[in-house]
Write a protein that binds this ligand. Structure first.
Ligand code: ADP
Ligand code: MG
Ligand code: MG
Length: 879
């Protein structure tokens, strides 16, 4: 296996080695070079070397050092320059690149190879001393920061002081001599801070930089990002060493970033920013305000500075041609970095462009219309979980807005919350359940945890492709960036907007779609679900096998579920209906009733209410299956707590208050979740089953369009339990049908939510027509972890890699999943027509849905709001 892979200058393209091996950046550079696009030559050290670097104690293996000589020779030949030469020096960049893009999380060093002698060579050869010294000062700062671990403020402060002295507002106003002086200062800083002179040997520089890039894989911020995005530590990063091209050679040079389509709206139009006479980092870092690429975008924004289309029409036309070529090749929207060196265009990176949910939908639909992709691919293009962004309210256009400032609409969505001025505070305040808006001058990768904790992000500086904007879009957080006229007083913890002062904690609202920053909380409206959304959903429905149902018991939830396309109710939790003000007292009377007679009296009062509940659900769900779970509460949830409640129950039951108190004490359970609940309760009090069954069937018969009720018995561990309850259901159903002179088809089944039930599924299927995996309880009982108490330690568990994700959010496929698999297999073997579904919280989680497809479940059931996500995820799982 080769330790490095060259690209460019006619080297055979090695992109087939893949992103896992070459990293996303390395693979795409090889691929672009391979299709004849102008890519500076270079070589990529594969991700596998990252582990070797750490194994060797954070040292580059000798074999790699030896191969790098050959790699450099390749670049030298193609570029016609020599690394370390005093007359014709080659400079390189050293770039990180993981398998998936981790924007800004790892390090890059540019202009490597400069020293006190090569800088002179670069100056005379280019005839542009200013450019040479500009590159050198950039190099010392980056190398100092990334490799030597020096604080970048040391350098930035020196630069600011110099600019002040010279009366310059922009870097570009500094002369060659100014920059030469700055280099001397920078070298003094390095000497002072490290006790050693700035390294002059280009090969030593290269070794240092490659090592530092590998080292940045384990940096704190990269580790946080990996955790948030489920990226395994052992993937490692690749390192790409590449000939430099220079956007800082004067007015005919530039650097920029672009998307082939608008990543916020999905519109098919080149979208991006560039800066004349600058290097790559300048655009992203928000040091100068970048200019628009297209005339249309500039005009729309009402900006003055010339767009690239106007300032460099020929290069822009070439860029547009290359973008078209890239889209055709990758058949997807690309996010591209480019540099123009004295009128010549170079591509430095391409990757699939991160996009908002709305943009993802529009792009997928338009690419189908353009014939670029088929509907199945369109379905795969939209990450199911991001639909969440579209299913939530946006700002009410009619609501009053007190606009404080307007910035760039960097990531859409509406968010209200308390101002917080740093990531720490965002994190701590959000942890208490408060909605916060993170407000920063500009964000850096260190802010990633705070951005995640915040509802929205506001920055004073930076463009649409700034760090804040890119990361916010990826996280689905609304973001307004580059809001001019705002400033932050960190000492007084105040956000200043114009002449207004807002203290930390004051409430503001952001509209990431318009860039507006508003005072206070602004009202919101329900989302629009037609257009591209509806089209994609229809395609998804055409590609999926599993049905999608909702967990719902109120008319509102059932209506939402149908609106979102649910194909039935997978779980109606009857106990949720018992908390209504008009019935809780009867429920309590039933529980606390001394004997069967008093329980029956209380149940008789509940019957009409329960029947009306079911009828309402059946009417909304007309023609669709509805699974109703019989009563399954840990009893303590219903017991009266307060004195007034006790008195109320006493009055209702005719017991004394003291007697009620005694009953409550009697019913106390040490561990209610594993106590007298589910079918155990139903077996103790068959009259509850009778009442609920009667309510179900009387309601079902009253609905003209017909329904197929599925009666579900909870918490079954043995077949006998199910048989006892089923016998009651069948008997009462018969009685109801006889009285009505009509009957209907119904089914009796059980939840599989105890490990014993999963293991004995073959037997249980003898009495059950369907299984519904209750994965909330099944996870609790399999892992022996109470969901309500898990918060204290589960985070630590996930961090330590004990469970890859929170097992209550995404099913523990290895453990709980194996029980599901057993139960499905054994159940089906005993009863081939057995219907299988899942109704836990997991039913709306795309990874779990994928697993359910592999187990050939018939349906997933999830919260009404997640139904569209589940429809899309089920289609993706089937494709
Ligand atoms: P990141 O992954 O953080 O984007 P990159 O490796 O892409 O880091 O580099 C950071 C910036 O430096 C980008 O703007 C990139 O275009 C620029 N850059 C990287 N390599 C070169 C090069 N060989 N010549 C000119 N600019 C470069
Ligand atoms: Mg990049
Ligand atoms: Mg349960």
């Amino acid at each position: 296996q080769r330790l490095l892979i060259p690209f460019g200058g006619g080297a055979p393209s090695a992109h087939h080695l893949g992103k896992a091996h070459l990293g996303g950046k390395g693979a795409n550079l090889a691929e672009m070079a391979g299709i004849g696009l102008p890519v500076p030559p270079g070589f990529t050290i594969p991700t596998t070397l990252c582990a070797l670097y750490y194994e060797a104690g954070a040292r580059l293996p000798d074999a790699l050092l030896a191969e790098m000589v050959g790699g450099l020779a390749h670049i030298e030949t193609v570029a016609g320059m020599e690394f370390g030469s005093a007359t014709n020096p080659l400079l390189v960049s050293v770039r990180s690149g993981a398998r998936v893009s981790m924007p800004g999380m790892m390090d890059t060093v540019l202009n490597l190879g400069l020293n006190d002698s090569t800088v002179e060579g670069l100056a005379s050869r280019s005839g542009n001393p200013r450019f040479a010294w500009d590159s050198y000062r950039r190099f010392i700062q980056m190398y100092g920061d990334v490799v030597l671990g020096l604080d970048h403020y040391l350098f930035e402060d020196a630069l600011e002081i110099l600019k002040d002295d010279k009366g310059a507002t922009l870097d570009t106003q500094l002369t060659a001599d100014d920059l030469k002086g700055l280099v001397a200062q920078y070298q003094a800083i390095v000497q002072k801070e490290t006790g050693k002179p700035f390294p002059q040997d280009p090969r030593a520089q290269l070794e240092g930089a490659v090592g530092a890039v590998f080292g940045s894989w384990r940096s704190e911020r990269a580790a946080v990002y990996r955790r948030l995005n489920d990226i395994p530590e052992d993937w490692g990063t690749a390192v790409t060493v590449q000939a430099m091209v220079f956007g800082n050679m004067g007015e005919t040079s530039a650097t920029g970033v672009a998307f082939t389509r608008n990543p916020a709206t999905g519109e098919r139009a080149i979208y991006g920013e560039y800066l004349i006479n600058a290097q790559g980092e300048d655009v992203v870092a928000g040091i100068r305000t970048p200019q628009y690429l297209t005339l249309a975008a500039r005009e729309q924004a009402g900006a003055k500075a010339a767009s690239m289309e106007e300032a460099m029409p020929d290069v822009f036309a070439e860029l547009a041609r290359m973008f078209a070529q890239l889209e055709l090749h990758y058949r997807d929207c690309q996010d591209i970095e480019f540099t123009v060196q004295e009128g010549k265009l170079w591509l430095l990176q391409t990757r699939s462009g991160k996009r908002t949910a709305k943009a993802a939908l529009r792009m997928a639909c338009e690419m189908v219309d353009e014939g670029l992709i088929q509907t199945d691919e369109a379905v795969l293009r939209v990450e199911a979980s991001v639909l969440d962004q579209l299913l939530h309210p946006t700002l009410d256009p009619k609501a009053e807005r007190k606009v404080l400032a307007v910035g760039l609409p960097a990531s859409p969505g509406a968010a209200s919350g308390a101002i917080v001025l740093d990531s720490e505070t965002a994190h701590t305040r959000a942890a208490t359940g408060e909605d916060v808006i993170l407000v920063r001058l500009e964000t850096s990768p260190e802010d990633i945890a705070g951005m995640h904790a915040a509802r929205g992000i506001l920055t004073a500086r930076g463009g649409m492709t700034s760090h804040a904007a890119v990361v916010a879009r990826g996280m689905g957080r609304p973001c307004v960036s580059g809001a001019g006229g705002i400033s932050i007083d960190n000492d007084r913890r105040i956000l200043r907007i114009g002449n207004r002062e807002l203290p930390e904690g004051a409430i503001i609202t952001l509209d990431g779609a318009s860039g507006e920053v508003m005072e206070g909380r602004v009202a919101t409206v329900e989302p629009e679900l037609s257009g591209d959304f509806a089209r994609l959903m229809i395609w998804a429905d055409g590609h999926r096998r599993m049905k999608v149902r909702a967990n719902a018991e109120t008319p509102e939830d059932c209506t939402t579920a149908r609106r979102f396309g649910a194909e039935g109710v997978g779980l109606a939790r009857t106990e949720h209906m018992f908390f209504g003000a008009d019935r809780i007292v009867h429920v309590r009377a039933m529980i606390l009733g001394a004997d069967e007679t008093s329980r029956r009296a209380a149940l008789a009062k509940l019957l009409p209410a329960q029947r009306a509940d079911f009828e309402a659900i059946f009417r909304i769900m007309e023609g669709l299956p509805v699974t109703i779970r019989l009563l399954d509460p840990p009893l303590h949830e219903f017991l009266p707590q307060r004195e007034a409640e006790m008195e109320e129950v006493a009055a209702e039951t005719g017991l004394s208050v003291a007697a009620v108190k005694r009953r409550v004490a009697d019913l106390h359970e040490a561990n209610p979740m594993l106590g007298h609940r589910g079918c155990r309760l139903l077996i103790s009090y068959p009259e509850i089953v009778e009442m609920q069954t009667r309510a179900i069937f009387e309601a079902a018969l009253a609905v003209p369009g017909g329904v197929e009720p599925e009666v579900m018995v909870p918490l079954v561990a043995t077949r006998r339990e199910l048989e006892i309850v089923k016998a009651i259901i069948d008997r009462v159903a018969g009685e109801v049908f006889e009285a009505a002179g009509r009957s209907l088809t119904y089914h009796v089944g059980t939840m599989i939510e105890l490990p014993r039930a999963a293991l004995r599924a073959g037997e249980i299927a003898g009495a059950a027509e369907f299984f519904s995996f209750g994965t909330n309880d099944l996870t609790q009982t399999t892992l022996g972890i109470s969901r309500d108490d898990a918060g204290r330690f589960l985070g630590e568990y996930v961090d330590a890699g004990i469970y890859p994700r929170d097992p209550f959010v995404s099913l523990d496929v290895e453990g709980v999943g194996e029980l599901v698999q057993f139960a499905a297999e054994r159940g089906k073997a005993a009863r081939p027509a057995l219907k299988l579904g899942i109704c836990g919280e997991h039913g709306g989680d795309p990874a779990t849905i994928d697993f359910c497809e592999t187990q050939r479940l018939d349906y997933v059931s999830c919260s009404p709001w997640r139904v569209p996500i589940a429809r899309l995820a089920a289609a993706q799982a089937a494709l």
